[in-house]
Design a binder for this molecule. Structure first.
Ligand code: COA
Length: 321
C-alpha cells in the first residue's frame, strides 16, 4: 500500500479537574495571569491509581470503537510518552496486554517529549507503507503532572494529564502525506527533567525545569518552519491548510505560529484552555476533539506540528478521511 490513513480516533482525560482558581489557593498565582499568558483555564490530573497505560487504554478502546476494529486486528502499537508506567518494559507492551492483544505483533514506545506524537505517527506511517503493519494504534499518553513541583508557579500551571489515540490503516489513498522530524540536542538545557534512577535512589531533580522565554522563542520558530517544510515537500502552500493542529502548549505559541503561517484563527484546533499542555497526548487529543466536533471533512488537509524538550520538533501533513 502507498499510504497510511487515519480511520479512528479516541481520547481520555482523567476525571479530576484542577482549575486556575484551585491552584491559586496554594500558590502565589491567579487565574488572570495564567489565562493571559497561556490560555489555560484548567487541567485534568490522573488519580494515584491511574498509570499512563490506563489513560492510554481508554483512549485506545475509544479509537478502536470509532474505527470499527477489534483489538486483535491491531498489528502494531506505538506509544509516545515521556512519563511511562515504569523504567521498563515499555508502556506500549503494558497497553498491548491491557487491550488483551496476544498476536505477537510489535509494541514499543517513542520518547520525544511534547513532539512525541509526530515521531510516533511518522514511525507507524513508514512501517505501514513498507508493509510491516496493516493496522497501527498510535497513542500519545502522559501523566505529566507527576513530574511537576507544585510549588514552582513558573512550570506547574502549564501541564495536565491525558491520552489520545488513533488507528492508522494501510490504504491506497492518502492519508499521511509526509512527516518531517528534527532534533537539536544542544538545546536540552532549556527544558528538562534531569532526574535519573541510580543505585536505588533518584539522582538529580525529578521535576520539570524550564527557561520559559527561551522555549517560547524556539517553539514559535520551529513549529512554523517545519510546517512550511512539509508544505513545500508536497507542493502545497499555507493557504491549502484546512486545519492547523498544533501541539497544545500555550495559546500564545499557537497564535504566533498560526500568524507566521498566515492561517486564520478559525482554522486552528485549540483544546489548551480545558486540558493545558498534555505533552505527547495533546495532538491526538486535539485530533479526537476535531473529529468528534465534526470539524474535519473528507479530503481536507490537516497540518500537525509539535515541539518539545530535546529539543525535538516536526510536522506531518494528513488528508482526512
Ligand atoms: N503566576 C503568577 N506569576 C508568575 C507565574 C504564575 N504562574 N509564573 C511566573 N510568574 C511571574 C514570574 O515570577 C515573573 O515575576 P517577576 O517579574 O517578579 O520575576 C513574572 O511572572 C514574569 O515571568 P516570565 O517568565 O517573564 O513570564 P512570561 O511572560 O515569559 O510567561 C511563560 C511565562 C512560562 C507563560 C512563557 O514564557 C511561556 O509560555 N513559555 C513557554 C512554555 C511552554 O509552553 N513550555 C512547554 C513547551 S513544549
Amino acid at each position: 500500500m502507498k499510504y497510511s490513513r487515519i480511520i479512528g480516533t479516541g481520547g481520555y482525560l482523567p476525571e479530576k479537574v484542577v482549575t486556575n482558581d484551585d491552584l491559586s489557593k496554594t500558590l502565589d498565582t491567579n487565574d488572570e495571569w495564567i489565562r493571559t499568558r497561556t490560555g489555560i483555564r484548567q487541567r485534568h490530573v490522573a488519580s494515584p491509581e491511574q498509570d499512563t497505560s490506563d489513560l492510554a487504554l481508554i483512549a485506545s478502546q475509544r479509537a478502536l470503537a470509532s474505527a470499527g476494529l477489534a483489538a486483535d486486528d491491531i498489528d502494531l502499537i506505538v506509544v509516545a510518552t515521556t512519563t511511562p508506567d515504569m523504567v521498563f518494559p515499555s508502556t506500549a507492551c503494558v497497553l498491548q496486554d491491557k487491550l488483551g492483544i496476544n498476536n505477537g505483533s510489535a509494541a514499543f514506545d517513542v520518547q520525544a517529549v511534547c513532539s512525541g506524537f509526530i515521531f510516533a505517527l511518522a514511525t507507524a506511517d513508514r512501517m505501514i507503507v513498507s508493509g510491516m503493519a496493516k493496522n497501527a494504534l498510535v497513542v500519545g499518553a502522559e501523566t505529566m503532572t507527576r513530574t511537576l513541583d507544585w510549588t514552582d508557579r513558573g512550570t506547574c500551571v502549564l501541564f495536565g494529564d491525558g491520552a489520545g489515540a488513533l488507528v492508522l490503516q494501510a490504504s491506497e489513498t492518502p492519508g499521511v502525506l509526509s512527516s518531517h522530524l528534527h532534533s537539536e540536542g544542544r538545546q536540552r538545557h532549556i527544558l528538562n527533567v534531569p532526574g535519573q534512577i541510580r543505585d536505588g535512589k533518584i539522582y538529580r531533580s525529578p521535576f520539570v525545569y524550564m527557561d520559559g522565554g527561551a522555549v517560547f522563542r524556539f517553539a514559535v520558530r520551529v513549529l512554523a518552519e517545519s510546517t512550511e517544510e512539509a508544505l513545500a515537500h508536497n507542493g502545497l502552500q499555507s493557504a491549502d491548510i484546512d486545519w492547523l493542529v498544533p501541539h497544545q502548549a500555550n495559546s500564545r505559541i499557537m497564535d504566533a505560529t498560526a500568524k507566521k503561517l498566515s492561517v486564520p484563527p478559525e482554522k486552528v484546533i485549540s483544546t489548551v484552555a480545558g486540558q493545558a499542555n498534555t505533552s505527547a497526548a495533546s495532538i491526538p487529543l486535539a485530533l479526537d476533539y476535531g473529529a468528534r466536533q465534526g470539524c474535519f471533512k473528507p479530503g481536507q488537509l490537516l497540518a500537525l506540528t509539535a515541539v518539545g524538550s530535546g529539543f525535538a520538533w516536526g510536522a506531518s501533513l494528513v488528508r482526512w478521511g
